[in-house]
Ligand binder design. Structure first.
Ligand code: 6PG
Length: 251
């Protein structure tokens, strides 16, 4: 196991920012952070992010902590899922199965996937109900122990994109969103569920993210047009894990 990299802890506009040399260090340090977070929990509900950033992180989590963490205590959900079958290469569940679940002993009953093969609107409703049943609620909003987020080059997070930023305030815990380029439908949790979580972390790596990181963290003009800028958990517990490429405007 690599020695703990020295992060550059940074309080930027009340955000906790941990900046590491590269995405490999981000993967090792986030995996250690996750293992510490779940260490004493008998029941832990986490919403995973999708896309490509988690792949390396899940690989490291599985290899470094696969036999350390008691996965019986961990329940997995998704912050968003593409409306495709679980066998589709676009599926966030499929990606997680390949990079994490296939390598650890997690009870199948602990995996609560969004049924991407279902009708999007009915699945958003089903998943909203599932969250209400499985999670504690704070002022009626399901509360995750941890929500892991990514951020797109356009400043979206989960599957709430700038062109549909009104979905952030939806009264529904889960909404149907549309990818701005492909038109692909997605089921996504809304801003209230994200900001009710006990802990929220962003995993953002690569130079493609640096412009939006700069605009959001330095609160540049119109930065609130980006859904990622609206992540502000009531708990105050928000940490951005980034590599230097993504955070180059902050160092
Ligand atoms: C998804 C994600 C999405 C992702 C960002 C970043 O389903 O695509 O949940 O919010 O986190 O688009 O994606 P990359 O990690 O591929 O850059």
């Amino acid at each position: 196991m690599l020695g703990r990299a020295e992060s550059r802890p940074l309080k930027v506009n009340n955000l906790e920012v941990k900046i590491y040399k590269d995405k490999i260090e981000v993967a090792h340090e986030f995996s250690s952070y996750f293992a510490d977070l779940v260490a004493d929990k008998k029941e832990f509900h986490v919403a995973l992010s999708g896309g490509s950033t988690p792949k390396l992180i899940f690989d490291v989590l599985a290899s470094e902590y696969g036999t350390v963490i008691d996965w019986n205590n961990i329940h997995f959900y998704w912050g968003d899922e593409r409306c495709v079958p679980p066998t589709d290469n676009q599926s966030n569940y499929k990606m997680t199965e390949e990079h994490l679940f296939s390598k650890i002993n997690v009870p199948p009953g602990n995996i609560h996937r969004v049924l991407g093969e279902n009708n999007p609107a009915s699945e958003a409703m089903r998943y909203s109900n599932l969250l209400e049943i499985n999670l504690n609620r704070v002022e009626g909003i399901p509360q995750f122990d941890l929500v892991i987020l990514g951020m797109g080059d356009d400043g979206h997070t989960v599957s709430i994109f700038p062109h549909e930023i009104d979905l952030w305030e939806s009264a529904d815990h889960c909404v149907v969103a549309t990818h701005p380029d492909s038109g692909q439908k997605r089921v996504s949790i809304n801003g209230s569920v994200i900001n009710t979580a006990k802990v929220v972390t962003f995993l953002v790596t690569g130079s493609g993210k640096s412009e939006k990181v700069d605009e959001i963290h330095n609160k540049k003009e119109n930065y609130t047009q980006y859904p990622a800028s609206l992540v502000n958990p009531k708990s105050g517990n928000l940490t951005w894990f980034m590599d230097e490429a993504a955070a180059d405007a902050l160092i």
